[in-house]
Design a protein around this ligand. Sequence first.
Ligand code: ZN
Length: 161
Amino acid sequence: MNIEEGKVVTFHYTLTTEAGEEIDSSIGKDPMSYLHGAGNIVPGLERQLTGKAGGDQLQAKVSPDEGYGDRQGDPEPVPRDQFPPDLELKPGMMFRAETDTGEPVALWIAKTEDTTVWVDQNHPLSGVHLNFDVEVVSVRDATDEEKSHGHPHGPGGHHHH
Ligand code: ZN
């Protein structure tokens, strides 16, 4: 069975930067699952997985325009006391906030100082050329429920219900 829209794909991956620095890996952990065509993973990786089958290995290079986008704007300072006092803030941590008009946005903590937290609207991997070493573990048909939710259920997928 080949990867196309409406398939649930389970795969192992190691993600490195162009310079060979390892960012993340599923090796030694559970493989990751996603619903193909639903935008669960970065577009460049999804595109390069199209047509592959269980057991296939590939090296997918993904540029920022098919990855986490180009960087826009710089981190901005926010007073530390606007965050819950008992929350441990770490660089790279993502949180959700609202714009002045109530739109939900994802923000990342760039760095923390005593009384100031620098908040970045850019994903930490924006502007980065990514290299995925991928091994496709399995490919199966998505259920109707998975298709309507836009993500896979079961091992490696969402566990929210
Ligand atoms: Zn669901």
